[in-house]
Design a protein. Structure first.
Length: 387
């Protein structure tokens, strides 16, 4: 059976060139980077080389890069420790109603601990209102957290404008770039970003490794207690193979970004044109080619259940999803789709298709070929009246 992977927003396959770069650090250069002997110094040298290279990609200083286990840890470290470290100044945090669960649930946790959180609305395409954001900042505001690109509908937020507002108000600005790093150009100086979260497995790197950019001078304490690794902000023996792999993957992604974006936009347009020929279907989020990730297409269908589409597509060897990989086992409607104004019943009819380096026009043809009869069959048995 033909196999087509259209779920790159959930995770990406490890690039073979990345695996080759990692291999020596599993068995030959396996030392603990904290050790003083040559095995340890070789490991530390690899870490610092990777740190410097990653910093250059986002126009940061190498000492501003803190290695973590991935996006969720980075988000928690940023939000919790900015909150607790700056509680003497204020207890107000601003975020949006479409953040990834790693930000959303961390903010809810902080609310339970006495912090005030403002949850900004978004428009029907998922964009934040800059005027509303600026008006929400008070004398007690210590942090604004707005993701760069949404993981479900691909909306690319006006991060540079948000950073400018935050800088003028003297408020820390954090952005989750887990979906966008390696797909969109990011410059922490030009965008006035104080904290940035990233995860390697979203740009063809290994799972279990990510980083948090922390602007020099930012008041922040460690989330965990332990040794003095990562300047005391993230204790624990460093994942040397993962760090080396992340650096390699990020630089490859940066070099190949323009070419991949052109290809993916073309394929995304092909999908949208094909799907919109199906009656009672639509696209969630901005139009393809506008302020949207090139590889993200979130589709909606009346009288169809998204989970059923995913399972029936899987039977045909096609991998897609209904939304965030972190919530696919939940039957709750997408908080992102609800935030952009979709009715409850329409939220359940969503399908997220996310493209990658290996996606071809033949893959898209096969997807469209199999999707149409699946939608037809599900509508025939739907209790919602889609026959």
């Amino acid at each position: 059976m033909k196999q087509v992977y259209l779920d790159h927003a959930a995770t990406t396959p490890l690039d073979k060139r990345v695996l080759d770069a990692m291999k020596p650090y599993f068995s030959e250069k396996f030392g603990n980077a904290s050790s003083l002997h040559s095995f340890g110094t070789d490991a530390m040298e690899a870490i610092e080389k990777a740190r410097e290279s990653i910093a250059k990609v986002i126009n940061a200083k190498s000492e501003e890069i803190v290695f973590t286990s991935g996006g969720t840890e980075s988000d928690n470290l940023a939000l919790q420790e900015i909150g607790y470290s700056n509680r003497g100044k204020g207890n107000h945090i601003i975020t949006t109603k479409i953040e990834h669960h790693a930000v959303e649930n961390t903010c809810k946790f902080l609310e339970k601990d006495g912090f005030e959180v403002t949850w900004l609305d978004v428009d029907k395409e998922g964009f934040v209102d800059l005027n509303e954001l600026e008006k929400s900042i008070t004398g007690k505001t210590i942090l604004v957290s707005v993701m760069h690109a949404n993981n479900e509908i691909g909306t690319i937020e006006p991060v540079a404008e948000i950073g400018k507002i935050c800088k003028s108000k003297g408020v820390y600005f954090h952005t989750d770039t887990v979906q966008s790093l390696g797909k969109e150009k990011i410059d922490v100086e030009a965008m006035n970003i104080d904290l940035l979260s990233a995860s390697a497995h979203k740009f063809y790197g290994p799972k279990g490794i990510g980083f948090l950019y922390v602007r020099k001078g930012t008041k922040i304490n460690p989330l965990m207690q332990g040794g003095i690794h990562e300047k005391g902000l993230r204790p624990g023996t460093e994942n040397v193979p993962g760090i080396v792999g992340m650096e390699k993957a990020l630089n490859l992604a940066e070099k190949e970004m323009e070419k991949e974006n052109i290809k993916e936009r073309k394929l995304a347009k092909k999908i949208v044109e094909g799907v919109l020929k199906i009656e009672n279907s639509w696209i969630n989020g901005p139009p393809v080619g506008k302020k949207r990730l090139s590889n993200n297409i979130n589709l909606g269908f009346d009288f169809v259940e998204g989970e059923s589409m995913v399972l029936m597509l899987s039977d045909k060897g096609i991998a897609a999803s209904t939304g965030s990989a972190c919530s696919t086992k939940s039957l709750k409607p997408s908080h992102v789709l609800r935030a952009i104004g979709l009715q409850l019943v329409k939220c359940h009819g969503s399908l997220r298709v996310s493209l990658g380096k290996g996606t071809s026009a033949k893959d898209i043809n096969y997807f469209l070929q199999e999707l149409k009869p699946i939608v037809k069959r599900l509508r025939e048995i739907s209790p919602l009246g889609g026959k």
